[in-house]
Design a protein around this ligand. Structure first.
Ligand code: LMR
Length: 394
């Protein structure tokens, strides 16, 4: 049997992670996988998470199963965090999932069950695993133009022209904030125009929101998702707690099915439970419980929000420093896009050969498409990166 297996395509992000680990150079710089790191290069357990874990250890008396869609208190807290009061609770079916990736996978499976002929429109580029999972699940994927390689901002004209090809029932995958991999984001007005075209065509949005709080702030980063959820008949939302709660390995995500027709909620809820049961039965609870403990406790929530804000401002400071350093070295403003981009990533906009050159020569690790994790930098390494970029002639 095993000899029938084929070799699988390599996930570029995992490959960069492995290469970085194997590199013995002490001054290597990791701008690869999307994991936040502080100035010391550490991915800390957030203060509020530590406190919640301590409390949980003291108070939790059982590890028995919770429920197929997870703890309702977690769903309620996350729905409030992501959607605020944009949509009434009874219009939302929700299930805890193993991480944001679990939510994305379950969403694709739900699309496949409901409308197997639907095409899923994704931005070019998008998180590579979107395309890989779509292919695995057996859904047709169509790319829409998104990134203008010249300006390193959104090619909105191209995007709208490509969305004109939508058919009724197609899905449009949007990044709620902090676009991965580009860092270039639609304005709220542009989201409004995208909503109009989706509604006119009868297409259904799916929002992937994995970096809420990493861009302009918790509320600001949720604004586009809220606008979508309140302006369309139906949508799917995949949310992740990996980054904003720093609980990557706990695998904590949520899939939401929003329908303006609240009578559909029991059906979406039942299907979410079914999909969980088929794929892994009960979703992980530890991370989800910590998240709901934090979001339901004023003091813990305030502590979490203040640390998240430190993280966000730290990344903005690094963006500012890098753009400034590059402006100084090149005597131009062509790297100003680094200031405009939001979230953990920026797509530098160069080819894999230049990325490889910087890896070999400078020990700087980016994804081959030139995605850089800004949080992998610190005040000392920013000038080294700027120099390497200029020396590579980018
Ligand atoms: C990334 O884009 O680097 C992260 O979302 C981690 C992953 O799973 O790819």
């Amino acid at each position: 049997m095993f000899s029938n297996l084929k070799n699988q395509p390599v996930d570029k992000i995992m490959q960069v992670m492995a290469k970085f680990r194997a590199d013995p150079r002490p001054n290597k710089i990791d701008l690869g996988v999307g994991v936040y790191k502080n100035a010391l290069g550490v991915t800390p357990v957030m203060r509020a998470i530590k406190q919640a874990e301590h409390k949980l250890w003291e108070e939790q008396e059982t590890k028995a199963y919770v429920g197929l869609v997870g703890d309702p208190a977690y769903s309620d807290a996350m729905i409030k965090l992501v959607l605020g009061d944009a949509v009434a609770r009874e219009k939302i079916g929700a299930a805890a999932t193993p991480g944001g990736t679990g939510a994305v996978r379950q969403a694709f499976e739900m699309i496949k069950m409901a409308t197997p002929e639907a095409r899923v429109f994704v931005s070019n580029p998008t998180w590579p695993n979107h395309i890989s999972i779509l292919d695995y699940v057996g859904l047709e994927c169509v790319q829409y133009r998104y990134f203008d390689a010249e300006t390193r901002s959104v090619d909105f004209g191209g995007m709208m022209a490509d969305l004109d090809g939508l058919r009724a029932g197609d899905i449009v995958l949007l990044h709620g904030c902090c676009h991965n991999p580009t860092g270039a984001n639609l304005t709220l007005e542009q989201f409004g125009a995208v909503i109009e075209v989706m509604n006119a065509k009868g297409a259904i949005p799916m929002v992937d929101i994995a970096y809420q709080g990493f861009g302009d702030g918790l509320e600001e980063d949720a604004a586009a998702t809220r606008l979508v959820a309140s302006s369309v008949p139906e949508c799917l939302i995949a949310a992740s707690c990996s980054k904003n709660f720093g609980i990557y390995r706990e695998r904590t995500g949520l899939l939401m099915c929003v329908s303006q027709d609240a009578a559909k909620t029991p059906l979406t809820q039942e299907n979410l439970a079914f999909l969980n049961r088929q794929n892994y039965s009960f979703p992980p609870d530890h991370g989800a419980r910590l998240v709901s403990m934090i979001l339901n406790d004023d003091a813990l929530k305030a502590e979490w929000m203040s640390e998240l804000e430190e993280v966000r401002l730290g990344m903005l400071g690094l963006r500012e420093q890098l753009a400034g350093e590059l402006a100084r070295l090149t005597n131009s403003d062509r790297f100003n896009f680094l200031r405009e981009h939001r979230g953990m990533f920026s797509l530098l906009g160069t080819g894999p050969d230049m990325v490889e050159l910087m890896r070999e020569k400078n020990g700087i690790y980016m994804i081959p498409d030139s995605r850089m994790n800004i949080a992998g930098l610190n005040k000392e390494t920013v000038p080294l990166l700027a120099k390497a970029i200029v020396e590579a002639g980018i």
